[in-house]
Ligand binder design. Structure first.
Ligand SMILES: Nc1ncnc2c1ncn2[C@@H]1O[C@H](COP(=O)(O)OP(=O)(O)OP(=O)(O)O)[C@@H](O)[C@H]1O
Ligand SMILES: [Mg+2]
Length: 259
């Protein structure tokens, strides 16, 4: 079997005397959706910010395609193909979907000696990429503020995919969404995975994780409680684990971790 796309090995992160991560390991294969679950303060965001180059790990190793990497900043992680979609999305509501899609990377065309943004090309590609994710826009000029929360998530995901992400990190993409929009985002995750991209899906919601996850890692107070593959663990067990629940000891076997 080829090396995982991403391996995070025994990652620790201290903020002064606060130990946010106390040795967390996780790997992602091509085309895999790896769900990262855990209660508030478990260390999920800290972990993915480390993977995204926003934080430097205090200890531990990261590998891409089996080779050790260091990300001094977020740009370095993006250049290595790691795209992160944060919950607050950093979109500009009054700007068009197309402008938000391109955001500083607009295609240019020459008009005499000038270079201007090629709106026709940008709009056409935006419509096409959104349609691939199952969303048919009325027009690419439509303001992003007129989209639903789920559709906005999809713009951010489509953008990451179009610009060549190999790993897509989604931090709680469904937590603010209703049932139908959640279903849209989950089916988008499924499409992304089928393109061979690795997905790290962070969620509090075990059912959302179960809908698309191939593997599940549960964090509790900066530690991994274990990783289970689909079929090895049920909704209730995961829920219990997230709550640091009473069934943990019985689960030790199925998860193979130190509970
Ligand atoms: N920049 C920071 N400085 C100090 N402590 C921090 C910092 N960032 C996170 N922490 C601490 O690290 C721990 C883990 O926080 P983190 O945000 O990673 O949790 P989380 O699992 O993402 O929680 P939530 O589900 O609420 O988003 C918390 O105790 C938090 O207070
Ligand atoms: Mg968080």
């Amino acid at each position: 079997m080829s090396a995982p796309l991403i391996e995070m090995i025994d990652i620790e992160k201290h903020f002064g005397s606060v130990i946010a991560l106390a040795g967390v390991s996780l790997s992602v294969q091509e085309g895999e959706c790896h769900c990262l679950l855990g209660d508030n303060g478990a260390g999920k965001s800290t972990f993915i910010k480390t993977l995204a180059g926003v934080h430097q790990p205090t200890k531990g190793e990261m590998r891409i395609d089996g080779k050790t990497v260091h990300f001094p900043n977020a740009r370095a992680a993006i250049d290595a193909g790691i795209a992160t979609v944060y919950q607050d999305l950093a979109m500009i509501p009054l700007m068009s979907v197309a402008r938000n899609f391109w955001m500083g990377r607009e295609p240019q065309k020459s008009v005499g000696p000038f270079k201007i943004w090629d709106a026709d090309k940008a709009n056409a590609i935006t419509m096409e990429e959104m349609a691939r994710m199952g969303i048919n826009l009325r027009e690419a000029d439509q303001a992003v503020g007129t989209l639903s929360g789920g559709e906005r998530q999809t713009v951010a995901i489509a953008r990451a995919v179009y610009f060549g992400a190999r790993v897509l990190i989604l931090d709680e993409p469904t937590s603010a969404l209703g049932v139908r929009q959640t279903a849209n985002v989950l089916s988008t995750i499924d499409r992304v995975r089928k393109k061979g991209i690795g997905v790290v899906f962070i969620t509090h919601n075990v059912r959302h994780a179960m809908a698309v996850g191939d593997r599940f890692t549960v964090l509790n107070r900066g530690k991994t409680l274990g990783t289970a593959a689909r079929g090895e663990v049920g909704v209730e067990e995961l829920q219990d684990l997230m709550a640091g629940g009473k069934e943990m000891v019985q689960l030790e076997q199925s998860l193979g971790g130190t509970v």
